[in-house]
Design a protein around this ligand. Structure first.
Ligand SMILES: CC(C)(COP(=O)(O)OP(=O)(O)OC[C@H]1O[C@@H](n2cnc3c(N)ncnc32)[C@H](O)[C@@H]1OP(=O)(O)O)[C@@H](O)C(=O)NCCC(=O)NCCS
Length: 159
């Protein structure tokens, strides 16, 4: 999919790993290892993964699992210098379009309680906080909030 602003959202290729590792390290206090990212950077019966590419290379990614009728987003990140330009929205929307085409109806994910930017991003896209996993994150014992919403609400481009 080619979105506004010269962004293409596409399935990953093996050569994308280094860029993904760099974005992960620049985005999370407790980044996934290269080995773990390499495992998730694929599409198979369980995994739905996409990267966003601009003229400068890969600038974001989304990694999700197909869990019955739910798309479970495990990881989404955009390079710090490319945020608030619609890349995250393009990634989430394209993943939801693909999941919808496969018959899934809901999107769900966990987000750190302290990650106010991501919580706002999801809320503004129709997800609601539907539960808490106390002390979920091993690095600092932070709670995870479970956010869930209908896939259908994420299929249209945002204005
Ligand atoms: C959460 C994250 C993926 C969002 O990615 P993003 O590319 O910044 O997302 P978007 O640009 O599509 O949207 C972000 C905001 O910028 C706004 N925006 C988009 N294009 C814009 C533009 N051209 N000018 C100004 N604002 C813009 C959007 O409206 C949105 O605002 P809202 O959240 O209040 O609705 C990103 O912040 C990130 O990588 N965070 C670090 C990793 C992380 O925490 N991931 C979530 C784990 S659960």
């Amino acid at each position: 999919m080619s979105g506004a602003g010269g962004i293409t959202v596409r399935p990953p290729r093996p050569g994308d790993l280094a860029a993904v590792v760099g974005i992960e390290k620049g985005s999370f206090s407790d980044p996934w290892s290269e080995a773990f990212l390499s495992e998730e950077l694929t599409n198979d019966v369980l995994r739905l993964c996409l990267v966003a590419e601009s003229a400068g290379g890969v600038c974001g990614y989304i990694m999700a699992w197909r869990v019955a009728d739910q798309l479970h987003v495990l990881n989404i990140a955009v390079a710090p210098g490319r945020r608030r330009q619609g890349v995250g929205s393009d990634l989430l929307r394209e993943a939801c379009l693909r999941a919808w085409a496969e018959g899934m109806t809901e999107v769900t994910l966990e987000v750190r309680r302290g990650n106010s930017e991501a919580r706002r991003f999801y809320r503004h896209r129709g997800l609601q906080e539907t539960g808490v996993r106390p002390g979920y994150y091993g690095d600092n014992g932070e709670d995870a909030l479970i956010m869930t919403g209908p896939l259908e609400g994420l299929l249209e481009p945002r204005r």
